[in-house]
Design a protein around this ligand. Structure first.
Ligand code: GAP
Length: 448
């Protein structure tokens, strides 16, 4: 049996608990654009931080970059996006639905969405027309075609055009990589599934420049590295797999392409969260051709000049965030209690709140002691202090937002300077000396 569909429950939890809100909700919302609330922004930041640490800070062969969203319009001609970043669009004159002609199987007729997904027999479809997914805007005060610029549909091009700047300024030798995290925009025809496919999203991309002769070895290396990274986020290994692009899916210039897919459960099932591609010398050659600037590398070791091949790893920050939420969501019975609990079993390294501190009662010096502990822990981690409601309710709230540890100050605490620490997953409680608390938590939170 497959994994359950938890998407509707997750959307509701995310709104209720401050993870993700619909954009411009008080105006009725904006189509497929989402805002990250206080906990969502922490979760996504933690994921981005882990990616940056793994790709940039812990290696000497990958450099960081933060290129601008707006680029010279010729960039998108060279990259092929002006001519080729299109989806075939069809309209239905009956149900007024708008579909991708190549994805009609997955689309729902607007007339009877629940009854016959994928069936368009009632639909009167127009001839497909090519629809470019790039958002256009104008640079400067005059709205004319000469001043048209695009919101970037991927961050990768900012890396390609800076290949020589980074290589020379950082005195890097091939093989080396450039990594960046940033917003990308696509006017998707059929966005949906919460933050899975949106029109504004964030990518974490790395282009690794290699000697063409070694490209397949590096391709295999990065495939393995990237899969291991997803597992290190706590994604269940059985929910992850590689999908090799079929000849029809493979871009004409690509020498090889695998997607990392995650099983989102329900009817969504396995879907791409990251692409690992051997792009050959397509990108650097095209930019050299369109800009008239040589984008080559002289390899002193082999005394050869060549255009490096690119191994690309491209992952959506929002899509991975969704995968961690789906992966973590569970409902379970609690022994001895009538009501079960909802748990967001996030890996402690990405959980927004690392620990919550509660005084058992609002008297006998307990709030003061709990507050002092919270202040001390806040120096190194994100913690919450909560004194309202029953202890059971406070535990439930922290379980639902995925807090790995709950620390309670009780009547014993003020006397012997100890607290209880409850583990979110095992529900086991340890009594820990306040002086040993930081070490206790950091041992268990790992490299969080
Ligand atoms: N530079 C290569 C590139 O952009 P892609 O497969 O189009 O490749 C890479 O995108 C990743 O970006 C995807 O695996 C996905 O995680 C994310 N992504 C792409 N389109 C998205 C969208 N509309 N909403 C959210 N994430 C998206």
């Amino acid at each position: 049996m497959g994994f359950p569909d938890v998407m509707d429950k997750l959307v509701s939890l995310c709104k209720r608990r401050g993870y993700i809100f619909q954009s411009s909700e008080i105006y009725g919302g904006t189509g497929s654009v989402w805002d990250y609330g206080p906990l969502g922004v922490e979760l996504k930041k933690n994921i981005k931080e882990r990616w940056w640490n793994a790709l940039v800070r812990s290696r000497d062969d990958v450099e960081g970059l933060d290129a601008a969203i707006l680029m010279h319009p010729r960039v998108w001609e060279a990259s092929g996006h002006v001519a080729g970043f299109v989806d075939p669009l069809v309209d239905c004159k009956t149900c007024k639905g708008r579909f991708r002609a190549d994805k009609l199987q997955d689309a729902k007729c607007g007339l009877k969405p629940s009854k016959h997904p994928g069936e368009h027999s009632e639909c009167q479809l127009t001839e497909p027309r090519q629809f470019n997914l790039m958002f256009k805007t104008f640079m400067g005060p005059v709205e004319e075609s000469a001043s048209t610029v695009y919101l970037r549909p991927e961050t990768a091009q900012g890396i390609f055009v800076n290949f020589l700047n980074v290589q020379q300024s950082m005195r890097q030798k091939v093989p080396f990589g450039i990594a960046q995290i940033g917003k990308a925009f696509r006017n998707e025809i059929t966005p949906g599934n919460f933050i899975f496919r949106t029109r504004e999203f964030e990518q974490m991309e790395m282009q690794f420049f290699v000697d063409p002769d070694t490209s397949m070895t590096w391709f295999e290396y990065w495939k393995e590295q990237r899969m291991n990274w997803h597992v290190s986020l706590g994604l269940t290994p059985e929910r992850l797999e590689f999908h090799q692009h079929t000849p029809e899916e493979l871009a004409h210039y690509a020498k090889g392409a695998f997607d990392v897919q995650f099983d989102f459960g329900g009817t969504l099932g396995f879907q791409e969260i990251e692409g690992v591609h051997n792009r050959g010398d397509f990108d650097l050659s095209r930019h050299a051709e369109y800009s008239g600037k040589k984008l080559e590398y002289f390899d002193q070791a082999s005394n050869r000049r060549y255009t490096p091949y690119v191994i690309e790893t491209s992952v959506g920050a929002d899509r991975v965030t969704l995968a961690t939420l789906v992966n973590g969501y569970r409902e379970e019975a609690v022994p001895g209690e009538e009501e079960g609990r909802v748990v967001l079993g996030l890996h402690s390294s990405i959980a927004p709140v690392k620990a919550a501190i509660f005084p058992l009662t609002k008297k006998d010096g307990q709030p003061e002691m709990a507050d002092a502990i919270a202040k001390e822990l806040r120096r190194t981690m994100y913690v919450e202090y909560d004194e309202s409601g029953s202890i059971g309710k406070r535990y439930r709230r922290q379980d639902e937002i995925g807090t790995p540890f709950c620390i309670t100050v009780d009547s014993e605490s003020t006397g012997n300077q100890t607290v209880t620490v409850r583990d979110r997953d095992t529900l086991k409680q340890d009594r820990v000396a306040v002086s040993a608390l930081k070490e206790y938590l950091s041992d268990r939170l790992g490299d969080a």
